[in-house]
Design a binder for this molecule. Structure first.
Ligand SMILES: [Fe+2]
Length: 386
């Protein structure tokens, strides 16, 4: 087996690390940066902390405050044009995956002629920004601060093409996640959990990613319920920030696979949160994967809290792993699709949409997949999580 793992984005991690932003930006040689964030980062005072650190270091800045969930090509183009107009020489993305992904892609437009849609290629091409991009996550979920993916919604058809590029530096400050509401904490944590599940089981898997992703599963299993119960539990928040970051590093090497393809299908149909869509399909996906890589599915199962006695068949490993993931979902209060009023036929019918998108993810699944298999996974996700 041949595999590759890469040098990653440097990470400055710890309580209060956002206070080092100005200093780090100065070290990178920037004179004026664009701060990219949305309304919750503004309201929580996190944007002010970032600006104060920049000002203290004598760094000038402009702001783009228009980030909304699932950033669109139009948003990236607007954010990039503003950067050109303001003559910035660096981008700072502050927020969840949406703000960070937008900042990454917008930075490209400083020296790549727009619009950003020109760079939505299949398979995605690897792009390099001419200026530093510093990313500061405020949720423990996407891992976008270290992953090499920027996911942008194509307005034309609501699909989510990726651009591959890395940031220059990640600043992960667990204190910034204290204000995240319980529902967002749960969905973000389940996104990170899904990254780890798929990194361990992807065709492109490697031993280092498995190590990081396994630790991620355990940290989330132990700490996500605590952070949902008490948002001010800084120790739990810290472990979740590490977990999400490590999962981001893990899947950068391996890429994700069918779970995210299926989640994107649900996202296009129902516009439900990304992390929620991902975790709904992971138990059934593990049952599918157990037929070809039961040993790797068992790694996921152990991380999710399952106990194996060595007598299980491949199918048994899949079932136990699926049950352990569903049990964690229940503990974390993840609602059933039925309780949210999602129509079962439309849910299963998302397979037709999922088949039209994300070919690269699908090809990274250890099992060859067709629309019928996708329908079976969706049906199981709907019927077996009650
Ligand atoms: Fe994800």
């Amino acid at each position: 087996m041949i595999f590759q793992y890469d040098q990653q984005v440097p990470v400055l991690f710890g309580e209060g690390a956002i206070g080092k932003l100005g200093e780090k930006v100065k070290e990178l040689g920037c004179k004026k940066v664009m701060c990219v964030y949305g309304s919750s980062v503004k309201k929580s005072g996190i944007a002010d902390k970032a600006k104060a650190s920049l000002a203290a270091a004598g760094i000038d800045f402009a702001v783009y405050e228009g980030i909304q969930a699932d950033p669109t090509d139009a948003m990236v183009n607007e954010c990039g044009s503003l950067g050109v107009q303001e003559k910035v020489d660096g981008y700072i993305g502050i927020g969840g995956g949406s703000a960070m992904d937008c900042a990454k892609a917008a930075a490209l437009l400083l020296d790549h002629e727009g619009p950003i849609q020109k760079y939505f290629t299949a398979p995605p091409s690897f792009m390099v920004s001419s200026v530093p991009v510093i990313l500061i996550p405020t949720t423990a979920g996407s891992g976008s601060e270290c992953s090499q993916v920027s996911v942008i919604t194509r307005t034309e058809d609501h699909t989510k093409p990726s651009i591959f590029m890395r940031s220059t530096l990640a600043i992960v400050d667990p204190e910034l996640t204290l204000s995240v509401p319980a529902g967002v904490t749960a969905n973000s944590g389940m996104d990170a959990f899904s990254h780890a599940v798929e990194a361990i089981t992807a065709k492109g898997r490697n031993p280092r990613s498995e190590l990081l992703a396994s630790a991620c599963l355990e940290k989330i299993r132990e700490n996500l319920p605590k952070a949902i119960e008490n948002g001010n539990d800084l120790a739990a928040r810290t472990e979740l920030c590490l977990a999400a970051n490590w999962a981001g590093i893990a899947f950068t090497d391996t890429d994700l696979h069918l779970g995210h393809n299926l989640a994107d299908g649900l996202s296009a149909t129902f516009h439900t949160p990304h992390g929620y869509n991902c975790i709904l399909v992971e138990p059934e996906l593990m049952k599918l994967c157990a037929s070809v890589i039961p040993d790797k599915v068992a790694v996921v199962g152990k991380g999710a809290g399952a106990a194996f006695d060595g007598t299980e068949t491949s199918a048994g490993i899949g079932e136990k792993t699926a049950a352990a993931i569903r049990s964690l979902m229940k503990t974390c209060g993840i609602p059933t699709p039925e309780s949210l009023g999602l129509d079962r036929d439309k849910f299963i019918g998302s397979a037709a949409i999922a088949m039209q998108i994300d070919l690269g993810l699908r090809l990274n699944c250890p099992v060859d997949v067709d629309e019928e298999i996708m329908r079976t996974i969706y049906a199981g996700a709907y019927d077996n999580y009650r």
